[in-house]
Ligand binder design. Structure first.
Ligand code: ATP
Ligand code: MG
Length: 363
């Protein structure tokens, strides 16, 4: 087998800081596990704009199409706020997602035991939670036509259109069923079939795809009821599949049941390539965090866990992914905390690179 290829796009703000810690892990795998990656690095977002006047150079786009997996840090920052819409750092990320056709966004919501007592006046977490939300990412109400603000009589009207084709539902449903097969074989599909035509079609297509996965226990919920159930008793779920809009809300909701933004990885997957693995982009859920950028305060765990997802879904290294996750768990169990994971108990936080070093030591 040829060396697996990985394109690293650190981006802006804390992106390069957390990615430096991922590099330590990647190097460790090369040195200690004989698992070497063909790693290349390139610019995205504001960093690409500064160098090339565009948030994503065509060459970078071409490289992204060519590799086994892309790992991205974060894009954006106040420096770029005044830029034209088409030049904004976020457009670089959107172009990657669109041209790679990454239609399934995987957001695990997993609470590490060591953080299960992490609660403050502002947040409570759910110990032992381990669920996965699959959000359709390239269609639905964010993309449907017609859209825009139009004149209608003597006032204006803002229009978005929820639109899903059978094939769009089919492919994201398949991603979710495949995932459920690797987990607890339980899938809940959420839509609003009671009031939306797209929801009726969604339910019908997901049910049909389910016939190819008889081992998976499939259930359906209206998304509003799903939001209630997710807060009332989140552990009843394993994998949830839903559309772009509902997935946007529900994945943020689920995320906050587990702790800090600095802990949350994500994967965006597309159609299978010739090697049978999906096109894939991995990134932490958090943004570029301009308020703490350049201070060595950022928690690198979200980005490190995103790399673990890449090991599992792009490189077929589930055991090695679990090794990374266990190292993170062990470091947290030792009480090592970046500032975002601290309550008010006076513990001194470690820096971004100290957290990375601690995880490598546990590996
Ligand atoms: P974006 O628009 O790019 O999503 P945002 O403003 O929504 O950005 P973030 O940039 O993720 O959100 O930051 C939100 C808050 O969470 C900030 O206060 C930031 O400092 C904090 N934060 C985000 N990521 C981390 C991290 N890895 N470690 C520590 N704190 C973080
Ligand atoms: Mg945000």
């Amino acid at each position: 087998m040829s060396t697996p290829s990985l394109l690293i796009l650190p981006g802006d703000g804390i992106g390069p800081e957390v990615m430096a810690e991922v590099r330590k892990i990647v190097d460790w795998f090369g040195a200690k596990r004989d698992l070497t990656f063909d790693v290349s690095e390139d610019l995205v977002g504001g960093a690409a704009y500064d160098a090339h006047g565009t948030p994503l150079h065509d060459d970078t786009m071409a490289r992204a199409q060519d590799v086994d997996a892309v790992l991205l840090g974060a894009v954006g920052g106040p420096k770029y706020d005044a830029l034209d819409f088409s030049l904004k750092p976020e457009r670089g990320l959107l172009r990657l997602r669109k041209e790679m056709d990454l239609f399934a966004n995987l957001r695990p919501a997993q609470c590490f035991d060591a953080l299960s007592h992490f609660s403050s006046l502002k947040q409570e977490v759910v110990a032992g939670l381990d669920i996965m939300i699959v959000r359709e990412l390239t269609s639905g109400v964010y993309f449907g036509e017609p859209r825009g603000i139009f004149e209608e009589g003597n006032e204006r009207v803002g229009i978005n259109t929820q639109r899903y084709t059978e094939s769009e539902i089919d492919r994201v449903a398949r991603s979710a069923f495949e995932l459920a097969m690797k987990r607890d074989k339980k899938l809940c599909s959420m839509e609003k079939a009671n009031v939306m035509e797209s929801g009726i079609l969604w339910r019908e297509v997901v049910t049909r795809v389910g016939q190819d996965y008889p081992e998976v226990e499939l259930s359906h919920m209206y998304a509003d009821a799903g939001a209630m159930q997710l807060t009332r008793w989140p552990k009843q779920f394993d994998v949830i599949v839903t559309d772009n809009l509902f997935g946007d809300l529900l994945s943020d909701l689920a995320a906050m049941l587990t702790g800090s933004l600095g802990m949350l990885p994500s994967a965006s997957l597309g159609a299978p390539m010739s090697n049978g693995r999906p096109k894939a982009l991995y990134e932490p859920v958090h943004g570029s965090a301009p308020d703490i950028a350049g201070q060595g305060k950022a928690n690198p765990i979200a980005c490190i866990l995103s790399f673990a997802m890449a090991l599992r879904y792009s490189f077929d290294q589930g055991d090695e992914a679990a090794r990374v996750e266990k190292a993170v768990e062990a470091v947290l169990a030792d009480g090592v905390r970046t500032a975002d994971l601290l309550g008010e108990d006076g513990t001194v936080p470690v820096s971004t690179s100290e957290m990375g070093d601690a995880i490598v030591a546990k590996l």
